[in-house]
Ligand binder design. Sequence first.
Ligand SMILES: O=C(O)CCC(=O)C(=O)O
Ligand SMILES: [Fe+2]
Length: 396
Amino acid sequence: MAESEHPRLILHKFLSPDLCKELEFIHKSCSTIGYRKNVFSTTLSHLIATNSPHLILPFIPIREKLKEKVEEFFGCEYELFIEFTGLISWSKGASISWHSDDNRPYLKQRDYAAVCYLNSYGVDFGGGLFHFQDGEPTTFIPMAGDVLIYTADSRNVHSVEEITKGERLTLTLWFTRDKSHDEDVKLISFLTKCPFNCSDPSPSDYLPLPASQNMYWFPPEQSSTYQSGFDIRFARLHVLGYKPYSSDASSLTKKHSSSDFSDILLEPLSVVRGNELFDKEFANLSHLLQMVQFYHWKAPQLQRSSEFKMEPIKVVPISTSHRENICRLTVEFLKDEHLAETIFHCMSCGENDWVNFCGTVDLWEAYTSKLWHKMVVILPKWVANQSIFYEPNGWV
Ligand SMILES: O=C(O)CCC(=O)C(=O)O
Ligand SMILES: [Fe+2]
């Protein structure tokens, strides 16, 4: 029970390393420009709106277990609703000064916060230490898997130091006693508008549908002009060493204005790494990014290329005209390459193994269709209960 003047709770190793990596994969595939400078976010409603409702499933058991922990610690069993669930990343330059989490009239419904750290101070990012203004501990060092829980009121005024390098990633939840702010009800209403009528989906049913380009354009204040900055999906590919390639070369020369040009990212694209083009088309930039991030998540677990039995992969050396095509896209969508590398932290992932990459395309389809099937089974139960819950038996 929390009877101290500064009620707070720390849970160490609450999330497994692989779950942290899975949430990182979701964020790096699906995030949009966030609510503060150099902050990016992935909300559950955004996942639903971009035809990736199945990607909310990994969050469900975590939400439920955390709600139980919060209710138990603060002695309010069966009284709480989840008000917000989202992945939030902070890049170099982001910080937040002293505040309580209910410090705006529109945030008064927030009673408790739970911040799950998905990566680690000193390893994945520098700066970003969490401080409480009063009481113990004064400083909390974010480490992957740990969770910090505290009341959202003035008993827990806190701040986060500026990020000095890398990208700091959290899964943040707020809880409320006010049923009118129940996130589940809003999410279920969005989910019922999704096309879940097909119990035998094909990959085309679960392809991501990008949101509008300004949600991906950094820095956001220049989103209307697109004269500087970068598309965050393009930048995330770039820091891993990949570039999109459009086979629609004729439209590249015909399209001159940026607004015409942005359609290219909604159309099929291939991918280039170094001097090689992987000759397979992905449905759009969001789909390509999801595949590359999935490969990046899974690659360390893939032992040998021989795990995959498949047709010969098509990789071709890039030609001068390929190069021009890639440069044209880069000029348009990555206007400030250096800024992109600072914001998303350039990471070399070593030699690319196209055989493993090709194999992860199949693994991605298996992962996605499995989650989609689970959604088909569980959604009618959520609708009937007007509540989102985890069902261990229906899960596997
Ligand atoms: O990410 C954290 O450690 C806390 C962030 C925070 O204070 C907030 O979002 O209100
Ligand atoms: Fe806060």
